[in-house]
Design a protein around this ligand. Structure first.
Ligand SMILES: Cc1cc2nc3c(=O)[nH]c(=O)nc-3n(C[C@H](O)[C@H](O)[C@H](O)COP(=O)(O)OP(=O)(O)OC[C@H]3O[C@@H](n4cnc5c(N)ncnc54)[C@H](O)[C@@H]3O)c2cc1C
Length: 374
């Protein structure tokens, strides 16, 4: 059997789902091939923090653009996607981190990102369950939270309503030169193929510098109001940047449902999805440092997922040497945030439209230099 499409997307995580909707909205014939279920990969394991990050100008441009796209989409999202905007508080635990809070404040305000400096008393007032005293923090008011799995399901179903075809339960085995083969023997032809297979993307496009980076999350019973914002320690950035060592950082998210999600951990070189008790213990210990009452809360579930990490911490978005195959992977811990922007950049690129931000920093053309990075 053989079918023909304009766009064939591998993977129905949030990135593949966003691509499917973006291209279906352009009236193109879209197929999405998912070996498992919609959002069964990293998307289903993620926190769903829609966050502006400024580790690099390219990361800042992508996350800012992405956040504006989520704001535009928000009215269309179903209630089950639990989208809301509690804002993020970046918490300083010492004076040097407070200096970083001030730097972030200056950088964000100078580029129009709404935020507020909180001194020690103001922080304690807006988040009474935090330990006292803490030096202060930065409240970034537009940051949002959503249920990633429900959001991805919405994107896929919106794409299907526009004619996109979803094929689940079958893996893509090869994809090149406008031809995709599935593990049931089916061949799909498509003018363009998008590899949105997350951490498994190298199994379809060999040689791309994407590595699995394991993460754990812990869910509590509902405690409405226990935390009023997404609470992240500034040390989270150190954890996200840590080169090879295992790391944990305090990151707590109040879901619209009242549940708290406690993160987060990062591990390279551990491809086993099983829970690592010592990592969970370290996460809870770190969380209890910032929220001393937290050990009394009831936790109900823990799980792991695999981020798709690149050496320069930027995603791979755009054509490969085989110009019929495009990458949409390598989003590490920001793929929920940047999914919509990834899809828009790819569509702008393929349709020859101007983009809101340049695609250049994310193009796979930089792979050769990445591979030379020690
Ligand atoms: C613990 C944790 C917390 C996170 N928190 C956040 C957060 O708060 N905010 C944020 O922005 N990001 C967060 N992330 C990152 C985010 O989850 C990912 O960046 C994002 O989900 C990537 O989406 P994706 O669609 O590229 O990949 P995935 O969701 O992994 O989807 C890829 C899909 O491709 C399918 N697939 C793979 N190979 C094949 C094949 N050969 N054939 C067919 N299908 C295939 C897989 O089954 C999978 O469904 C977190 C990640 C983790 C692990």
């Amino acid at each position: 059997m053989s079918r023909t499409f304009d766009i064939a997307v591998t993977g129905a995580g949030i990135v593949g789902a966003a691509c499917a909707l973006e291209f279906a909205q352009e009236g193109l014939r879209v197929a999405v091939i998912e070996r498992d279920t919609v959002a069964g990969g990293a998307t289903g394991a993620a926190m769903g923090h829609i966050v502006v990050m400024d580790d690099s100008p390219a990361q800042f441009a992508l996350t800012t653009f992405a956040q504006s796209l989520w704001s535009e989409l928000a009215p269309a999202l179903p209630a089950s996607a639990e989208y809301y905007r509690p804002g993020t508080i970046w918490i300083a635990s010492d004076d040097s981190e407070m200096a970083e809070v001030r730097r972030k404040y200056d950088a964000f305000t100078s580029t129009g990102i709404p935020c507020q400096l909180l001194d020690s008393a103001a922080l304690a007032e807006v988040e009474p369950n935090l330990r006292r005293p803490l030096p202060g923090g930065l409240l970034v008011t537009n940051d949002a939270v959503l249920h990633p799995q429900r959001a991805a399901e919405y994107l896929i179903s919106a794409a299907q309503q526009l004619g996109a075809q979803l094929i689940t339960g079958h893996a893509v085995t090869t994809a090149s030169h406008s031809r995709m083969s599935l593990d049931n023997g089916e061949i799909l032809h498509a003018a363009h193929i998008i590899n949105a297979a997350g951490a498994l993307a190298p199994s379809i496009t060999s040689g791309i510098p994407v590595r699995k980076r394991k993460g754990h999350l812990i869910l509590t019973d509902p405690y409405p109001g226990y935390a009023r914002h997404q609470l992240v320690e500034l040390g989270y950035l150190r954890s996200a940047h840590a080169s090879e060592a295992d790391s944990v950082a305090f990151n707590v998210q109040p879901r619209l449902s009242g549940h708290l999600l406690i993160g987060s951990s990062r591990q390279y070189g551990n491809d086993d999805p099983a829970l690592d008790q010592h990592i969970l213990d370290a996460m809870l210990e770190r969380a209890a440092f910032f929220l001393p009452g937290l050990p009394a809360l009831k936790t109900v579930r823990s799980w792991t997922g695999f981020r798709a990490a690149t050496p320069d911490k930027l995603p791979l978005i755009g054509p490969t040497e085989d110009s019929t195959v495009l990458l949409a992977t390598g989003h590490e811990g920001l793929g929920i945030t940047t999914s919509l922007a990834t899809a828009r950049l790819l569509a702008d690129h393929l349709l020859g439209r101007p983009s809101a931000i340049p695609i250049d920093p994310y193009l796979p053309a930089r792979i050769t230099s990445l591979q030379e990075t020690p």
